[in-house]
Design a protein around this ligand. Structure first.
Ligand SMILES: Cc1cc2nc3c(=O)[nH]c(=O)nc-3n(C[C@H](O)[C@H](O)[C@H](O)COP(=O)(O)OP(=O)(O)OC[C@H]3O[C@@H](n4cnc5c(N)ncnc54)[C@H](O)[C@@H]3O)c2cc1C
Length: 384
């Protein structure tokens, strides 16, 4: 087993780091303290992503026909690691480049591709993802929002919750039920909905992760042309399974956790507080958790790069990433509590806040563990 990077991978990583060092402003940590869905960070992403696009670093893994450079799975992953370690300056646009754009390339009509993909490749599009509902989160198939065909339009009624970026997004990648009862996966359909359509109301949910980050989104008699449907009726489940394949390991947060841990250890050394063997042992344990998460994630990326389905290995990796996050924030809370106070380090605060929700968003930790128990340990569903 060889865990080394190729020269090409290293050169690519160096190019991304140089770009970030040059283009991230000195007040970037303050900007991102407002939260990834805030007005401040969204406006920033609309300046930053076009620069990434000009440097051919926004969609380098896309096909050349759509402005990409056909880079490898690993290079795409390196890009994600470096962006996340820098606090994800792409904001909401990471979804466009990672899965919404590629999904439109594969399943969109010619009209849909031409309408949306070039804008995404230029770094100028903000989308949100309308999946979760008040009674359909972990059990997404329970969703109730309905879309009913009326002539050449669909009429949508229902509500979504926790919709990140909805306050500023121009479009929503929406899941709605065109047939069947809640629980029936085969009755769910995808719609590409302009957020300016009459009947859509967005309410921000105040939260510790920043203003404007998560929302309730209500749909009341929202009429959209039938051409806004992505794929056929009832095809949502198979399409999103494809879409989210690249997101299987979630966000590479261990990279940021490692860097935050390094900062905290440096601060403790400076204060003369790193001599205590108990402190050193906890720092070592947190570091080990980050490295374990990194290697488990790399195993999954390797499987994806070789066209294999990582199955429950992806769930194990996600749990390891969540645990590494928590090991680092717990270390900071115990030994450097002032770094998390209101006047603390903005990057550490942001890390801490996001670490709390990282075990819920994009598939809660308990669900990952249930999947590991079923797929790796062969336990029955009821026993989980
Ligand atoms: C910061 C953030 C951003 C988000 N952004 C979006 C977004 O943009 N778009 C979107 O559609 N959604 C978004 N979500 C929603 C997210 O996908 C859901 O929160 C997640 O799927 C969990 O669903 P839920 O909140 O309904 O919790 P529930 O599913 O009700 O779960 C509550 C708790 O019960 C546990 N639980 C549930 N079922 C089981 C089970 N079978 N076995 C064991 N434990 C179980 C869960 O692990 C969890 O701890 C976001 C969430 C967060 C926190």
């Amino acid at each position: 087993m060889d865990f080394g990077w190729t020269d090409r991978d290293q050169a690519f990583r160096a190019r991304v780091r140089d770009f970030l060092a040059q283009e991230l402003p000195s007040d970037w940590d303050e900007i991102r303290r407002h939260g990834p869905g805030s007005k401040e960070q969204t406006e920033f992403s609309l300046e930053f992503c076009p620069k990434l696009a000009s440097a051919r670093l926004l969609v380098p893994h896309w096909p050349t026909a759509w402005g990409g450079g056909e880079l490898s799975t690993w290079e795409h992953f390196i890009l994600g690691e470096e962006m996340w370690a820098a606090g994800e300056p792409r904001g909401a646009q990471y979804m466009n480049v990672n899965w919404i754009g590629p999904t439109l390339m594969r399943f969109g009509s010619e009209e849909q591709r031409r309408a949306f993909i070039p804008q995404m490749a230029a770094g100028a599009a903000i989308w949100c993802q309308g999946f979760s509902e008040p009674d359909a989160g972990s059990d997404l198939a329970a969703l109730r929002t309905r879309a009913v065909l009326d002539g050449d339009h669909y009429v949508i009624n229902g509500s979504k919750i926790w919709t990140s970026y909805a306050g500023l997004a121009e479009h929503c990648f929406l899941l709605a039920r065109t047939a069947g009862a809640p629980g029936d996966k085969s009755g769910i359909t995808i719609f590409l909905v302009p957020m300016s359509t009459d009947g859509i109301e967005v309410r921000s949910i105040p939260s510790l992760i920043g203003h404007g980050d998560i929302h309730e989104t209500f749909f009341t008699d929202v009429r959209i042309p039938a051409t806004s449907r992505l794929g056929g009726e009832g095809e949502a489940w198979s399409i999103i399974t494809y879409s989210l394949a690249n997101e299987r390991v979630g966000i590479p947060r261990y990279e940021l956790s490692s860097r935050v841990l390094g900062d905290m250890v440096a601060a403790l050394k400076q204060r003369g507080q790193f001599r205590d063997s108990a402190v050193q042992a906890r720092a070592g344990a947190a570091h080990a958790a980050c490295e374990a998460a990194r290697l488990l994630v790399y195993r999954v990326v390797d499987q994806l790069a070789n066209g294999r389905d990582p199955d429950a290995d992806a769930n194990i990796a996600r749990v390891a990433v969540i645990r590494a996050d928590h090991a680092v924030t717990d270390f900071g809370l115990d030994f450097l509590p002032d770094t998390f106070s209101g006047t603390g380090h903005p990057a550490h605060l942001a890390h801490h806040e996001r670490a709390i929700v990282a075990g819920i968003a994009a598939g809660a930790a308990e669900i990952q563990l249930s999947l590991v128990a079923r797929r790796h340990l062969d336990l029955p569903r009821e026993a989980c």
